[in-house]
Design a protein around this ligand. Structure first.
Ligand code: G4P
Length: 527
């Protein structure tokens, strides 16, 4: 196969959802179709259940699982599909945002009874920012659900994206009959005993007016379906793939993941319409997947579980060219040439050393502490991929050394955990104290635990009252200097030495924005 053919057949995506909507279940069913796993239950849920915050073993166990399921590759219909896993717990949302920088499209799972939930909305904001194409899967139709048209309206309004149903459900809950596939014009009938790979039985319905339909689902539901489909065709424009690829239109499917219902329809449509690797933006230019030279960036770093080896796995997304084992590549940030003797690829739960990888693929690189999130590898060009932002943290604590003899270990531990993107480190301009900022409270416990177990260091947290940290810059040097002088007690620098304003309250932030018109306040690190 040529490089071009390899690119065209790749589909790299993530399944995202509010916790409990069915992300893990759907992922598992997709893998079953791909033959990547053979029994249900093989994909462990990677969610940290609420209330598990004090259970550190649970956190450790979850971290182990999330390494195993970070990337799940499989073949289906001649396509090479890479599913990137995202943590379910919202305290790890930042990790999810970064993973979204490495995918070409997403499938959003929504619980049909609950509709659009908080986390779905946040994740969609990130997709919208990046114009990522999204497909919506409305799940759990075997349970009493909201009305389909209400769900469609809710998705459109809450996720701020035009929708186009490509399947339509026939009733829900105990009377759930099945799904009419508007894309292929056939009917999938629901039987709830197909837990494994068994496929739903389908009936070709060339003409919805035919009495055959009544025979399958009864006159009452047949009539309802005819009306619904007429309404769908009347209200929604024909499916426009280009609009989907631009991230402006979301095709919508309905089904029940746990019953393996509606999943094949979703997958079949997905491999047809979802994009192969898209151009990747850098600070200087866009990189096309078809370019001959290899480029890629690190979007995730994962510490290994073995306490005797403090090595890590860096996940590299290949953006162009062909990645080869044992070949020298430029690590742009350090300017050093590096080669990798055992790069790994991921097929479902198996990991194997590979010789080649193509755009869209994720390669695991052994890292002894040299890499950071966002690092770029090339064949010589000094590129820096963009779109891997850090988000303004919302929880803050001073970090103090609790064991004076372990000062070095602590510094190294903090350094490496920050490189992994676990949290962000700021240094107060006022007193030089170190402040850790995170998106979720759970991170503080994770950091303390990992510092102790992986680095032999002890830390102590002290409270600090900060509403939000934001990066500031300005073209008006005098005003910037004035601002920094007046707000001296609230100023800090991030690990790159950039100016950060630590606002005490939302009021103080609004006031600062009002009074210092020439200063830009940024809520992501990329500006
Ligand atoms: P998540 O990764 O998005 O957090 O969700 P997950 O797949 O773990 O699913 C959450 C719960 O919803 C699970 O039940 C799962 O079995 C159930 N579920 C998923 N899809 C469907 C569906 O189509 N219909 C129904 N009725 N339930 C569904 P659980 O009780 O938390 O776990 P389990 O003991 O069933 O594994």
């Amino acid at each position: 196969m040529t490089q071009q053919e390899e690119i065209i057949r790749r589909r790299t995506f993530a399944v995202i959802a509010h916790p409990d909507a069915g992300k893990t279940t759907l992922t598992e069913k997709l893998l079953l179709f791909g033959g990547a796993i053979h029994v249900a239950g093989a994909v462990k849920s990677n969610k940290i259940k609420k209330g598990a915050t004090s259970d550190f073993m649970e956190i450790e166990r979850q971290r182990g699982i999330s390494v195993a399921t970070a990337v799940m590759g499989f073949e289906y219909g001649g396509r090479k599909i890479n599913i990137l896993d995202t943590p379910g717990h919202e305290d790890f949302a930042e990790d999810t945002y970064r993973t979204l920088s490495a995918v070409d499209s997403v499938i959003i799972v929504i619980d049909g009874a609950k509709g659009v939930e908080a986390q779905t909305r946040k994740l969609m904001n990130v997709c919208r920012m990046r114009k990522t194409p999204v497909i919506v899967f409305i799940n759990k139709l075997d349970r009493p659900s909201k009305e389909p048209f209400d769900l469609l309206d809710e998705v459109e309004k809450e996720l701020q994206i035009r929708v186009r149903p490509l399947a339509f459900p026939i009733s829900n809950g105990p009377t759930f009959k099945g799904v009419y596939n508007l894309y292929e014009k056939n009917l999938s009938l629901f039987t709830s005993d197909e837990r494994l790979t068994a496929d739903a039985s389908t009936a070709e319905i060339a003409d919805l007016a035919s009495p055959e339909l009544d025979g399958y689902i009864g006159s009452k539901y047949a009539e309802q379906l005819r009306q619904d489909v007429e309404l769908v065709e009347g209200v929604y424009d024909a499916f426009d793939r280009d609009a989907y690829l631009r991230g402006e239109l979301a095709p919508v499917f309905f089904g029940s993941a746990v019953n393996n219902f509606g999943v094949r329809e979703l997958l079949e449509c997905f491999i047809r319409i979802a994009p192969s690797p898209r151009p990747a933006p850098t600070e200087t230019r866009e990189v096309e997947a078809a370019e001959a030279k290899m480029t890629g960036f690190v979007f995730k770093i994962h510490a290994n579980m073995d306490p005797n080896h403090r090595d890590r796995i860096a996940f590299l997304k290949i953006c162009s060219g062909t990645f080869e084992r044992n070949r020298n590549y430029l690590h742009v940030r350090s300017g050093k040439q590096m080669k990798f003797s055992s790069p790994t690829a991921f097929m479902a739960e198996k990991k194997s050393v590979i010789d080649f990888a193509f755009p869209g693929d994720i390669v695991g690189l052994h890292d002894t502490g040299n890499f950071k999130i966002g690092d770029t590898f090339t064949e010589g060009e000094k590129l820096k991929f963009t779109g891997i932002p850090s988000f303004a943290p919302e929880q803050f604590r001073y970090i103090e050394n609790a064991d004076p003899l372990k000062f070095k270990q602590l510094a190294k531990g903090i350094d490496q955990l920050m490189d992994e993107g676990v949290a962000q480190l700021f240094t107060s301009a006022l007193n030089g104290r170190k402040i850790i900022g995170t998106v979720g409270a759970l991170q503080f416990e994770v950091i303390q635990y990992r510092l102790e177990h992986e680095y032999g260091a002890a830390c102590r947290w002290e409270p600090i009252s900060i509403h939000k940290a934001c990066w500031i810059d300005s073209d008006n040097a005098a005003q910037l200097a004035d601002f920094k002088r007046r707000k001296h007690t609230n100023m800090a620098t991030d690990k790159h030495g950039r100016d950060v304003f630590l606002a005490d309250t939302s009021y103080a932030l609004a006031l600062a924005q009002e009074n210092f018109k020439d200063i830009r306040f940024h809520f992501t690190s990329e500006f």
